[in-house]
Design a protein around this ligand. Structure first.
Ligand SMILES: Nc1nc2c(c(=O)[nH]1)N[C@H]1C(S)=C(S)[C@@H](COP(=O)(O)O)O[C@H]1N2
Ligand SMILES: [Mo]
Length: 327
């Protein structure tokens, strides 16, 4: 018997009556009576395929979250192609193309995230439960890398505060630390000593529960590509990009400020706060302007803004701090 080719059916139309009809017609054209034995077997298989596709569609739609305009900027979006192919994820190498090349080998299921330390209810969450903890929303955030380039990214996620509320931080909890997965078999970069692995970042607790601090699961209405930190990372848009740890496996609430990876590697160059500040240069380059990724051959440079343009919302967190000082 000749092998049947399933007609291509876009997942979005899978349940529609017209598709169903056309599938029957298609079967008829292939020479099967729609009600014949072989055909009904085939239809059974087709239904199974349809069921899988529907399941995938449901999962995908989870990431197609409504945009929260309150926390979105209206700058021109960086393309999905640029966002997912020009990355910093040193576990996979220091080249901008290395994460897209090597990170797909990392398995993101099963995946658990443990939340521990200064909490009343330490817990380990399965990624698929975490995804359902709060409704996802889309937020268009600026991302300003300490290397003086920037992107504008439509993330899907929910505020980190929603997760922290689940574990009930104790009164001693003053910092939140994020630890990235360490998988030497699939991470060529961790065999070098650029950083002390695993990648560790942290925020002060008031920064961590700030409504802008987003726990991110998706981008452009789809699950995060591994290169962008699947299955979950954070996004802290008023700080240099390195503060936003990717592919997180552990979150620890701490009383004392932890030593984070980049500060440990070069404390003179990468401070704990790392708030975007055009007036405080990196020891080796100016932070006054930034190159917009994807703006063509003659990349556009624009002035960098204090707190990456989020000053209205976050400046009060730092009142009393000497901003001319390097943190
Ligand atoms: N685990 C881990 N997280 C990381 C990094 C990294 O090397 N490892 N790089 C950081 C830096 S420097 C930046 S600019 C952003 C880049 O995020 P993106 O590649 O999704 O744009 O991720 C941050 N998070
Ligand atoms: Mo960065």
């Amino acid at each position: 018997m000749a092998r049947l080719q399933l007609p291509y059916l876009p997942p979005s139309s899978i349940t529609s009556e017209s598709v169903w009809q056309s599938r029957r017609q298609c079967l008829a054209q292939l020479g099967f009576g729609a009600l014949g034995l072989t055909a009904s077997k085939y239809l059974g298989a087709a239904e199974q395929v349809a069921a899988t596709e529907v399941a995938l569609t449901d999962k995908t739609s989870l990431f197609q979250a409504p945009r929260n305009v309150r926390y979105s900027v209206d700058d021109t979006l960086t393309s999905f192609e640029d966002i997912s192919s020009y990355n910093n994820f040193y576990e996979f190498g220091t080249g901008k193309g290395d994460p897209a090349r090597y990170a797909p080998a990392m398995k993101t299921r099963p995946w658990t995230v443990s939340i521990e330390g200064e909490v009343m209810r330490p817990r380990t969450f399965d990624i698929d439960d975490l995804l359902k903890l709060a409704p996802l929303e889309e937020r268009v955030y600026r991302l300003r890398c300490v290397e003086a380039w920037s992107m504008v990214i439509p993330w899907s996620g929910y505020p980190l505060a929603k997760l922290l509320a689940q574990v009930q931080p104790t009164n001693n909890a003053r910092y939140v630390e994020f630890v990235t997965a360490l998988e030497p078999e699939v991470m060529p970069g961790v065999h070098t000593r650029i950083l002390d692995w695993p990648y560790v970042e942290a925020l002060r607790i008031d920064e961590a529960v700030h409504p802008l601090t987003l726990l991110v699961f998706g981008v452009y209405g789809k699950p995060l590509p591994n290169a962008n930190g699947a299955p979950l990372r954070i996004a802290v848009p008023w700080k240099y990009g390195f503060k936003s740890a990717k592919s997180i496996v552990r979150i620890r609430l701490l009383e004392k400020q932890p030593l984070t990876s980049w500060t440990k590697a070069a404390s003179r160059e990468y401070g704990f706060y790392a708030n975007v500040n055009p007036d405080v240069p990196h020891p080796r380059w100016s932070q006054a302007t930034e190159r917009i990724i994807g703006s063509g051959l003659f990349a556009r440079r624009v002035p960098t803004r204090m707190y990456n343009g989020y000053g209205d919302q976050v400046a009060s967190l730092y009142s009393g701090m000497d901003l001319s000082r390097y943190y």
